[in-house]
Design a protein. Structure first.
Length: 278
């Protein structure tokens, strides 16, 4: 079995290197170099460049592992082809591309190591604030927010909040599949707005999950997202003492397209509200 802590810290450094590339490219970025993948879903050359950098470094770190990547530069496998014994890197080279394009924080690098349906390693590096969130299975969740210091040297252990629903700060994201999700979102706003502490949207699934892990948010929900969006952050939430399920309430969520993550205290109440909209 691999040394999860050692590999996690190595992945932190890879994520930081990719983040440095993204930060530098943002200084000279032009809107004219943006591609449209789908309606309201954008891609830049920076996504592709970051992914190539990450994939190359991860292949050197763990040659036997395969890949699931957002931009497909590594070849990779489809989620329904994943074998139970297979090690897979799940990579989002730039989570929050629309935020990046508009120079609006947050946006992040997200890297997870998956073994079958079990997430072994999760690393999310938020570029604007220079914060690296990371976790490995059974090792807790951590934040390294000290510039120029290696992760593991001066890291803060993370723990979810203890807020109840009436005081909760929730994050509800707006997925690209607007026609399908609009009725759900309208129902969620109707049932939650004015009945919880407040509601936000941050534009990055990975960072919404990390904010739950850090106790800055109390809950987050989103549907119609990819494995690369939530895989790393989900482990960080769970290792910080939180709970993660899909919209149906199943903890077997790693092959799906929906995530509900909370401090655990509000999970069932949040799921009930979501279930009323489906």
């Amino acid at each position: 079995m691999i040394d999860l802590e050692k590999y996690t810290l190595s992945v932190c450094e890879i994520a930081r290197r990719a983040g440095a590339y993204i930060r530098e490219e943002r200084r000279k970025f032009s809107l004219e170099r943006v591609e449209r993948k789908h309606a309201h879903d954008y891609l830049s050359y920076v996504d592709k460049g970051s992914e190539k950098l990450i994939v190359s470094a991860l292949r050197e770190l763990l040659p036997e592992a395969g890949f699931i990547t957002e931009e497909g530069t590594a070849g990779g496998v489809e989620s329904d082809e994943v074998k139970s014994e297979q090690l897979l890197w799940v990579v989002d080279p730039l989570d929050g591309t629309t935020n990046f394009i508009h120079q609006y924080a947050p946006y992040a690098v997200s890297i997870a190591l998956l073994h079958g349906k079990t997430v072994l390693i999760g690393v999310v590096y938020e570029i604007c604030a220079d914060e690296c969130f990371y976790a490995w299975q059974g090792g807790g969740a951590w934040l390294c927010g000290t510039r120029n210091v290696e992760c593991g040297m001066r890291s803060e252990r993370l723990h979810v909040s203890s807020q109840k629903m009436q005081d909760a700060l929730l994050c509800l994201q707006f997925p690209y599949n607007s026609d399908a999700y609009k009725p759900v979102m309208k129902g969620l706003i109707d049932q939650l707005y004015g009945h919880v502490g407040s509601i936000r949207a941050c534009g990055s699934a990975a960072m919404a999950l990390c904010q739950v892990a850090a106790g800055r948010l109390d809950g987050y929900a989103e549907q119609y997202i990819g494995q690369w969006d939530y895989m790393a952050g989900s482990l960080i939430v769970m290792e910080a003492g939180g709970q993660v399920t899909d919209y149906a309430g199943s903890e077997d969520f790693t092959q799906g397209n929906s995530v509900v993550a909370t401090n655990g205290i509000i999970q069932q109440e949040f799921l009930k509200v979501i279930g009323n909209q489906l």
